[in-house]
Write a protein that binds this ligand. Structure first.
Ligand code: LMR
Length: 328
């Protein structure tokens, strides 16, 4: 190599080194709709902390809780436009994109969260992570929240008590059918509006996990909560395929590792909050727990279960059978 060429190469290498040393980190906005003291809120913070430590200067995670950046009507569209890089909507909010994920809304399908986990980690659950590919979205994994309960302005012991009452639901036709099956009126509304709707009595009740009922203070405006465990509220962590695949491989692998660890962390929080938040709600004295006898619970099961048949053609019988089998 001539001296001149050597000098040129050295200058070029230096310039490259300097430019990467001073390059701005990749920005990863993580938007969600719940409070920070929830499984999803804590998982997002944990993810940011791990990335700050392991990919310092390369990736900067910015977490936006409480629908601050995008409410749940907008976050998927924003992701497709590349305005946000990570979201974790409830599985009930993907109806526009895929029929399969509606399986998680079928009432009384899963006995408990262990069954949900077995199904998600099994062949069918893992295949569903790819169900958004044609929209340029990648499912990176599931995250737990918990089983849903029914809160209301009146005590709900049997399905007849819910007749004619208005319940807020997420944007899911399966959830609408579930309330129609008990002659109640489902009202699709964004999460951020639920407290006000309950407070102003524009609606009579809603279904959610102990964690969401607690962190959103729904219990302060809902004097009765029936412990039904009738459905599941879980999340799919989603990213934009162009963003994800455009990252250097080492960065992508490190992000995935941090995400998997954060999901495990979030799932532990979910399990703990399920009992802690339930206890905190009733310790407040603002809401009363309504427990069901086996016979009463059976009435809810019998009234709501026909929804499975109604959606069997859309979701697929094989998928439903696999979910049932996960109950063992
Ligand atoms: C809801 O809308 O009730 C939930 O999906 C909110 C959430 O993200 O837990």
């Amino acid at each position: 190599m001539t001296l001149k060429l050597r000098a040129l190469t050295a200058a070029f290498t230096l310039a490259l080194g300097l430019s990467s040393a001073f390059a701005a980190p990749v920005e990863l906005k993580f938007s969600h709709v719940v409070a920070e003291n929830t499984p999803k809120g804590q998982m997002a913070i944990h993810f940011k902390q791990l990335v700050d430590k392991r990919l310092k200067g390369q990736v900067e995670v910015k977490v936006y809780p409480n629908s601050q950046l995008f409410g749940d009507g907008k976050e998927l569209e924003a992701m497709m436009l590349g305005d946000v890089q990570m979201i974790a909507p409830s599985l009930s909010k993907f109806q526009k994109f895929t029929d399969q994920l509606q399986i998680f809304d079928l009432p009384f399908l899963f006995d408990d969260m262990a069954a949900v986990d077995r199904f998600q980690q099994g062949k069918e659950g893992q295949a569903m992570l790819g169900s958004l590919e044609k929209y340029g979205l990648i499912g990176l994994g599931y995250l737990h929240n918990g089983m849903k309960q029914l809160s209301a302005s009146q005590p709900l012991k049997t399905p007849a008590d819910a007749k004619g009452k208005k319940f807020r639901i997420q944007t899911s036709d399966v959830l609408a059918a579930q309330f129609e099956a008990i002659n109640a009126v489902p009202v699709k509304k964004p999460f951020a509006e639920v407290f006000t709707l309950l407070q102003t009595k524009a609606i009579d009740g809603q279904e959610n996990t102990w964690s969401n009922i607690y962190s959103q203070k729904f219990f302060e405006v809902q004097p009765y909560i029936t412990e039904t465990n009738h459905g599941v509220l879980d999340y799919l962590i989603v990213t934009n395929a162009d963003f994800w695949n455009g990252l250097p491989e080492q960065v992508r692998n490190e992000l995935k590792r941090a995400l998997d660890e954060s999901v495990a962390f979030g799932n532990e929080i979910a399990a703990a909050k399920d009992s802690e938040d339930k206890a905190a709600i009733f310790a407040s004295g603002k809401s009363q727990l309504v427990t069901l006898t086996d016979a009463e619970r059976n009435q809810w099961v019998e009234s709501m279960k026909p929804v499975w048949k109604q959606f069997e053609g859309t979701i697929g019988k094989e998928l439903i059978d696999a979910a049932v089998a996960a109950n063992q």
